[in-house]
Design a protein. Sequence first.
Length: 382
Amino acid sequence: MRVVVAGGGTGGHVYSAVSVARKVLETYPDSKVLFLGSMGGPEGKIAERAGLDFAGIDVRALSKNPKKLLVSLFLFPNAFIKARRTISNFQADCVFGTGGYASAPACFSAASLGIPLILHEMNFIPGIVTKYLARKAYAVTVAFDGTREYLNKKSKIIKTGVPVREEIEELKDPSIKQERKMEAVFSLGIEDKKTLLVFGGSQGAEALNRAIWEVAKTYPESSGEKFQIVHITGRGYDDFMVNRAKEEFSSKGISYFAFPYIERMDLAYSCADLCLCRAGAGTIAELAAVGIPAVIVPYPHARNKHQEYNAKAFSESGAAIVVRQDDGLAMKALLTAVEIIRNNDMLENMRKVAEKLRVESSAWSIARIIGETYERRVHQEE
């Protein structure tokens, strides 16, 4: 079986594609997998680290900026032609697309070549590619039941959840989680205590960063059980603000550790008792996979407000509280998170609910669908 996986542009789309690719190779050892993505995104390096063959194409995201939009539209025909040629030369039996602009050329190429296409929609509100190609796909795998109402009624829709990295899924095992926590303490230089993990995705989140740094100046001296803040700032962080926050928090009995980026998110999650984060589909899936409660701040400018829908679907279970940012800050969200992490009963109740959300491996479910698609095609050709 020869499978092309396509996706990228953002970490959520990339890691989902990689997770499925690895599970296909594990489930069907004789398979060949090619990762097809954008040249400008993170997918090339991530695919290489995962040991996957990668082919890059020049494709750009659609933008509200007229000039950038023209560039995207101008590049798409060539991206489509290259993707079509790559898929044909690879002799793909199936194409799996995780959505996002980087998957569009491969998904449209599969439809034009008559190659079975499986789409994955990780957001509550489906994107352009999923909406347009859902009816032509062999199956559309979704994260949320509510996504069905936005897709063609004749589409084959299967709820699978969102694939997450295997090393994160492994944290379901308490012994593995404890081992990773100890590894995090030594490798990251943090403390072995109750932890609030703050992050805003691979690029960071300015509203969360500024909230941390403002609260550091005004937060009263801590009393009761001590906790630490592990803050992933994004690579464009401010050294001065980080150092000042560390001093301010330390004077109030709160340990503060800031990192521009943590490659091993399994280590970060292993020590987290509560997360303060955005509502990207990949983040929501990882929280559910590990069973970590959260205070969620949806990115207000996300296309179709999909982060608000993602957050609502997760918070309705009781595993998270949604707090919208005001005036570009997330002060209320941070103060809510601090209140929760200092309230053992509330934190424990949210943790129990979050752990009940764990589901069967999404990557394995999708790999199985890909295998069924291949077998069906073989039988039809016979």
